[in-house]
Design a protein around this ligand. Structure first.
Ligand code: 0RA
Length: 649
């Protein structure tokens, strides 16, 4: 454990959790604090010590979770001077203390929605009882509101070989929107644990009601077969692969398991997990699966010359009829979205690609007849997509003037999918041009500062070359805010992305572009077509680590991410004193591949969509910011607030 005195002081008590529960868990229902208890038991199963987990929803709304694992350790904790079981339930982050740094420990990949552990459950419960059986005895400790009310005592004998833990929590209704744990959600969660831990028996009982037991000896393969009603195009593919010690790119044990299949029709079944935690909103691991499947099928098609002339396969063509269960193991996963149900750890994408692409390609090659059926399905999807694209192509060409010379346009005709990046400066424009996917991404480099158009008459806008080029590239004309959506009929890109440096000049250009769109192309913003790219703020230069581990660069979006990345490096036993951290100055500092991966690739970038507040609120603020007569004080405001308020993609 590498806790400094400072972090112990900060992390110790549970009062902060009771003060601001929303910072530590979801508070819509107690499900998530119950989930923490279940995750603990599941982690014990993951470590191979537990065969059965029993969960009971009691009539008084308390929930108990029982496992036959080793039993939470009881010995006095060397630093805290109280029994370890007490530490587990009373210290934030205690979950991380189970040897997360030890390369062999299964707990390295343990879940915990926010990694805060079961102490949060305790803090938000009016009562919590824990019984531990181990070393031939039964023991019990009881808490209330996170504080010990009955210290650890031995309550009886037990057979020598018996062991396990039972925790029963009474979630405190005052912290939750509803006091009730939804049995349906609980069931789904428990079933998923059984799916992901083959052979584990998971029981669920509602006191005075029904009981259920799940057990999947064939794990996700069995589960996926049960979910799919329709005929498979090819037999199911199943694979599991994890990084070995001293892997060049990934920490030991990181990797993925999956079962996948294709059906020509009917409902799809898609589920993904990270460290056994459900990710209903997908994320970077699913993006990796999609990429892996795409590359494997595409390579197979190319080797067998299956693709008809004029057809170009896209990832979506391969993915759209694919059902899967994906279980990724990622060190220190980070989640995104209001409900934290989407994985956004950047390295999960290349990780899953690495672990699944080659096995799938090998499998396709080994089952050529089945693989050809999959290929045909994807090719048909591509042809259908191309037909749909041709309809809009007409639109794309009609009435558009000659495109500006410095525009590097994309190839696709699929307007909804196409994107244009408005890039500050020619050098960044050059990187973006080589880094992009020219299939659907266009680049328009902008030279210097854009004109402040707040007080420019619509009629004289085009006198400015830059603005003329932007309008022509986008295929739309300036319009008043009262215009209807027909003014967007010839829009050539579904996403218009402003990509500027993360410095003062960059944010100034961002503001000027926002002003242009807000004032003169309001329907574009209203319809949600305008975005900001978010280039990373920090670069970490990690020196080479001896045999086979070359130096590498890691990017972090902000301070939080920077600290999380440093943590991860420490876990990989890399001395972070030798990691040079630089604050990023401009897009031009990144090479094209890095720019692609961090800022442009749809699966790994962070885009922010620009949203419009109602006109009557935004108007006066914009005037304050942009009118010539209002110059004082606004530069400061702009540097602080950037531009219009955005929300994540
Ligand atoms: C770390 C070490 C050991 C047990 C556990 C964790 C453990 C935690 C929980 C939480 C719920 N059920 C659990 N079961 C086990 C045991 C280490 C040892 O005995 O050597």
């Amino acid at each position: 454990m590498n806790y400094t005195a400072h972090s112990i002081a900060v992390l110790k008590g549970l009062d902060p959790v009771r003060h601001l529960p929303g910072m530590y868990t979801r508070t819509d229902s107690p499900l998530h604090i119950v989930q923490e208890m279940i995750d603990n038991a599941a982690d014990e199963a993951l470590a191979g010590h537990c065969r059965r987990i029993q969960v009971t929803l009691h009539a008084d709304r308390s929930v108990s979770v029982q496992d036959d694992g080793r039993g939470i350790p009881l010995e006095i904790h060397p630093e805290e001077g109280v029994p370890t079981v007490e530490v587990v339930f009373t210290h934030l982050h205690a979950g991380g203390k189970f040897n997360k740094n030890d390369g062999d420990s299964a707990y390295r990949f343990s879940g915990g929605l926010h990694g805060v552990g079961v102490s949060v459950t305790n803090a938000l419960s009016s009562r919590l009882e824990v019984e531990v059986i181990r070393d031939g005895a039964r023991h019990r400790i009881v808490f209330s509101g996170g504080k010990v009310v009955e210290p650890l005592t031995q309550t009886g004998e037990a057979p020598k070989r018996q062991s396990g833990t039972r925790a029963r929590a009474w979630p405190d209704a005052q912290f939750f929107d509803t006091p009730q744990v939804s049995p349906v959600e609980l069931e789904r969660l428990l079933r998923s644990k059984a799916v992901l831990l083959p052979g584990l028996e998971v029981g669920f009982a509602i006191e005075g009601g029904e009981t259920r037991v799940w057990r999947f000896d064939q794990g996700m393969q069995q589960y996926l077969s049960e979910q799919i009603q329709d005929e498979l195009v090819a037999p199911m593919f199943v694979s599991e692969k994890y990084a070995a010690a001293h892997d060049e790119n990934f920490p030991q044990g990181a990797g993925a398991a999956c079962a996948l299949c294709w059906t020509a029709e009917g409902a799809l079944a898609r589920e993904s997990y990270v460290n056994l935690i459900p990710t209903p909103a997908g994320g970077t691991h699913e993006a990796g699966l999609r990429q892996a499947a795409f590359e494997a099928v595409k390579n197979f098609c190319e080797h067998h010359a299956l693709i008809p002339k004029g057809v170009k396969l896209a990832a979506e063509d391969v993915f759209s009829r694919m059902s899967f269960v994906l279980s990724a193991k990622v060190l220190d996963p980070s989640f995104q979205g209001q409900t934290k149900e989407r994985l956004n750890s950047r390295d999960a994408m290349p990780l899953v690609v690495r672990m699944l692409r080659d096995p799938l390609e090998l499998w396709l090659t080994g089952h050529p007849e089945a693989a050809k059926k999959v290929a045909e399905l994807a090719i048909r999807a591509a042809q259908a997509r191309n037909r749909a694209g041709q309809k809009v192509e007409k639109r794309k060409q009609s009435g558009v003037a000659i495109l500006p010379g410095k525009l590097s346009d994309c190839q696709s005709e699929d307007i909804r999918r196409n994107e244009i990046f408005l890039v500050e400066g020619d050098s960044a424009g050059g990187s973006a041009k080589s880094g992009r996917d020219k299939e659907f991404q266009a680049i328009l480099p902008l030279r210097g500062k854009v004109l402040n158009t707040w007080e420019i008459e619509p009629g004289s806008l085009y006198a400015n070359r830059e603005i003329h080029d932007i309008a022509v590239a986008l295929g739309i004309d300036p319009h008043p805010s009262t215009a209807n959506d027909k003014v967007l009929a010839n829009l050539r890109y579904g996403k218009v992305v402003i990509m500027t440096d993360a410095d003062v000049d960059g944010s100034h250009i961002r503001v000027l572009l926002c002003t242009l769109f807000y004032r003169h192309f309001p329907r574009l913003v209203e319809q949600g077509h305008l975005y900001f790219a978010q280039p990373p703020l920090y670069r970490l230069d990690v020196p080479g680590q001896g045999k086979g581990r070359p130096p590498r660069k890691v990017y972090a979006l902000d301070e939080n991410e920077r600290e999380a990345e440093l943590d991860k490096l420490r876990r990989e036993k890399i001395r972070t004193e030798n990691v040079a951290i630089s604050r990023f100055k401009g897009l031009g500092e990144m090479n094209p591949e890095q720019l692609w991966e961090t800022t442009m690739c749809p699966d790994t970038r962070r885009l922010m969509r620009v949203r419009l507040p109602p006109q009557e609120e935004a108007g006066p603020v914009m005037n304050m910011l942009m009118a010539r007569s209002e110059s004082t004080g606004r530069r400061v405001w702009m540097e602080k607030n950037g531009a219009l308020v955005g929300a994540e993609e």
